[in-house]
Design a binder for this molecule. Structure first.
Ligand SMILES: Cc1cc2nc3c(=O)[nH]c(=O)nc-3n(C[C@H](O)[C@H](O)[C@H](O)COP(=O)(O)OP(=O)(O)OC[C@H]3O[C@@H](n4cnc5c(N)ncnc54)[C@H](O)[C@@H]3O)c2cc1C
Length: 365
């Protein structure tokens, strides 16, 4: 019998993609490693708004997990994990297959938070991204007919999706796009960023309703708390991240928002052989926003700690640096650059973002 340890990676999110790249460079010969994901490729979040706007082909914004696994000598298993038993150290697929692990790591992302106003059937979440792009592609088929799309949410994702759609359908004035936000647009961002966002929406004819909670979502309209009714044949939810369904199933210590609670080593606070990174993890002692940028930054620490969990040794700490550069696309090839409370806008920022994103993708090709 082999004395190799078994390491299972669940979900090919941004942190695991980096773990795979490092495994290709520095293999762990003493471990059998498998990656589970229902899809052989994963979206790179930074380029999704550019895909919606039509600046990139979908293939340019996807990391090929299967090929990356080949290079890293990791078995790729095209399946979603539907349950986990941390006591028995097993994960289960929908088909009923079970897989034992010595060490397991989760990077399964998140889903859009549901809103009380929605009975559920009349909305399209912006996460997972595949569902969003399928819904957009379906609307392309009826491109010439009039259509009202409302995006509920007020963060960068809501803005980028709205302006991306406005750019994609710029020659189709019969497509009406709006943002409805319970708070202000880009809450917490510098004034200059909010001003540039509102100006970009006005120029692209995207209507913005701020501080207007939605009371009810009906099949073809929204009922707002102000009493107003607004048409919406497609209602997109950009309401922020909520735990993916699998995470709700796992019996481990969770954060208040239902993510897997981890310590600074990205290790579960209740199970030493269970790790988590990206949107599905949270450190109650060092909270940071859920974004692809932070998932990417966790990758090298996660790789090192999975290696140490197998071979022994103290865990490294993920040192969260709050001052991340945020580059927010404005549909056309312009972007807002935000860092340390300052914001600047221009075509140069989009070119900068494009260079960063393409360089990131090139690392995994
Ligand atoms: C429109 C939009 C634009 C965004 N733009 C940006 C941006 O510009 N910059 C930024 O930093 N962030 C951005 N974000 C946020 C970003 O998408 C997420 O924070 C990021 O994708 C999280 O990465 P992750 O590694 O946690 O998981 P993900 O990258 O979401 O990957 C999760 C993976 O897990 C797989 N998976 C899911 N469930 C299972 C399961 N049960 N079993 C096995 N595999 C599973 C999925 O198939 C997927 O491959 C944006 C989000 C949206 C919606």
């Amino acid at each position: 019998m082999s004395d190799k340890k078994t390491l299972l990676l669940v979900g090919g999110g941004h942190a695991h993609v980096e773990v795979l790249r490092l495994l290709a460079e520095k293999p762990l010969g003493d471990a059998d490693i498998a990656l589970f994901d229902p899809s052989p490729s994963v979206w790179y979040s930074g380029m999704v708004p550019g895909v919606i706007a039509g600046h990139y082909q979908p293939a340019e914004a996807k990391v090929n997990l299967w090929a990356l696994c080949q290079r890293a000598r990791v078995r790729f298993i095209e399946a979603a994990i539907t349950n986990v038993d941390p006591a028995l150290q097993r994960v289960y697929t929908a088909a009923g297959d079970r897989h034992f692990y010595d060490v397991v790591s989760f990077d399964v992302g998140s889903v859009s938070r549901s809103v009380p106003a929605s009975p559920g059937a009349y909305t399209v979440p912006v996460k997972p991204i595949d569902a969003l792009l399928t819904a957009i592609n379906e609307r392309e088929a009826i491109r010439s007919s009039s259509l009202a799309i409302q995006i509920i949410g007020g963060g960068a994702a809501a803005l980028e999706v709205a302006l991306g759609l406005a750019h994609r359908w710029r020659g189709a004035p019969e497509k009406k796009i709006g943002i409805v936000s319970g708070g202000v647009l880009l809450q917490g961002m510098p004034r200059a960023a909010r001003k540039a966002a509102l100006a970009a929406c006005a120029a692209a004819r995207v209507t913005v309703r701020e501080s207007t909670p939605v009371q009810l979502i009906e099949p073809t309209r929204l009922v707002l708390s102000s009493g107003e009714f607004i048409p919406s044949q497609v209602t997109l939810l950009a309401t922020g991240p909520a735990p993916a369904p699998l995470i709700a199933e796992i019996e481990v210590t969770k954060t208040d928002d239902g993510s897997i609670a981890v310590n600074s080593g990205l290790q579960s606070r209740s199970h030493k052989n269970l790790f988590a990174a990206g949107d599905c993890a949270g450190n109650p002692k060092a909270s940071y926003p859920k974004s692809g940028v932070f998932a990417v930054r966790q990758g090298p620490v996660l790789y090192e700690n999975l290696r140490r969990a197998i071979r022994g040794g103290d865990l490294q700490s993920y040192d969260h640096k709050a001052a991340a550069l945020a580059l927010i696309s404005l549909g056309e090839q312009r972007a807002i650059a935000v860092r340390n409370g300052f914001a600047l806008t221009g075509a140069w920022a989009w070119r900068w973002k494009d260079r960063i994103d393409r360089a990131w993708m090139a690392k995994y090709e």
